[in-house]
Design a protein around this ligand. Structure first.
Ligand code: FPP
Ligand code: MG
Length: 323
């Protein structure tokens, strides 16, 4: 399959091959004796993207063994993290009442909320079942902690809908929990399976955390600034759902007197007024800067501990996140 790493490079060719194996593991594992379950799982095709999370897991392992033979457990773990990711997307679209993802209809819009909730649950339980076949308790515990953190992140986000008093610290905690924690765990799992030492595991986790945070800030920026046609999913949904994101929080931190105005904008779901407000400030530029500096820090941190062709390709891959 097409990868986020240059396909002309040996690392890209290796990754492409491995991702094909991961996809086969996933499809086989999801097969069920009930055709109703298989029918529902077939709807997932549109949710399958570039496999960022499995790629990071595979590459993190590979950075420790650039010429080694890959054990099947690494491919299985890559399948596990993709299943978790798919489960969160299916549930997230229910929470966000989103009807489009990657330009196609979401599961909830095709089959209704009940089927989407059950599909997310099926994916989640399939992930745990698949992970247990690796028979590595460290991975099972990591997976349990991460899914717990993901759910907590969403609960805190939900509790803070329409809260114009949301602090920068709270925002970073939410995006860490709902997005960066899984991406960090992917890197760490690759490291654990590669028998990395404490410093290598910490470096991989930190790299994933930085990348994951940058990824979510960028996703939030696209929701604020772009059009549905360009991002393949509804734009402006954060405002509609009362989710405050970085440019608005930065704006309110420097201009607390705008709080009442923003409260009204959120209550009226007035996207136009919100755009005018952020456009008149430097807060979008500041958020863009944050994405870029997080990517640079992540790349810098990884390069201190890893220096081979694989880690270089990991850096090039995440640099594509820069705005
Ligand atoms: C995307 O946010 C949402 C997430 C990354 C996390 C979603 C997590 C849950 C719904 C908790 C359920 C957890 C499990 C383990 C099943 P977004 O709405 O900003 O992104 P989007 O623009 O892609 O929709
Ligand atoms: Mg969403």
């Amino acid at each position: 399959m097409k990868t986020l790493v240059d396909m002309g490079s040996p690392v890209g060719a290796w990754l492409s091959n491995e991702l094909d194996s991961v996809s086969s593991i996933l499809s086989d594992h999801l097969k069920n004796k009930h055709h109703e379950v298989n029918d529902l799982c077939n709807e997932l095709a549109t949710y399958r993207g570039k496999m960022l999370r499995p790629s990071l897991l595979l590459l993190s392992w590979r950075a420790l063994h650039p010429a080694g033979h890959i054990p099947n457990s690494v491919r299985i773990a890559a399948g596990v993290v993709e299943l978790i990711h798919l489960a969160t997307l299916v549930h997230d679209d229910v929470l966000d009442e989103a009807d489009l993802r990657r330009g196609k209809q979401t599961i909830n819009s095709l089959r209704g909320n009940e089927a989407a909730v059950m599909l997310g649950d099926y994916l989640l339980s399939s992930a745990f079942l698949l992970c247990s076949t690796i028979k590595n308790p460290e991975l099972n515990i990591l997976l349990g902690k991460i899914t717990n953190t993901l759910c907590a992140g969403e609960v805190v986000q939900l509790a803070n809908r329409n809260n114009v008093g949301l602090t920068l610290e709270q925002y970073y905690q939410i995006i860490h929990d709902k997005t960066a924690s899984l991406i960090a765990a992917c890197c760490e799992m690759g490291g654990v399976l590669g028998n990395g030492n404490t410093e290598q595991l910490k470096t991989l986790r930190k790299f994933g955390e930085g990348v994951g945070t940058a990824f979510q800030i960028k996703d939030d920026l696209l929701d604020l600034l772009e059009r549905q046609e360009d991002i393949g999913k509804p734009a402006g949904r954060d405002l509609e759902k009362g989710k405050l994101t970085l440019p608005i929080i930065l704006l309110l931190t420097t201009n607390p007197s705008l709080k009442n105005g923003v409260e009204e904008i959120v209550a009226n779901n007035d996207r136009c007024a919100l755009r005018q407000l952020v456009d008149s400030s430097k807060s979008v530029e500041a958020a863009v800067q944050k994405v870029n500096s997080l990517v640079e820090e992540a790349v810098g941190g990884l390069s201190v501990v890893f220096s081979n062709e694989v880690s270089s390709q990991m850096c090039l891959m995440v640099e594509q996140l820069k705005v």
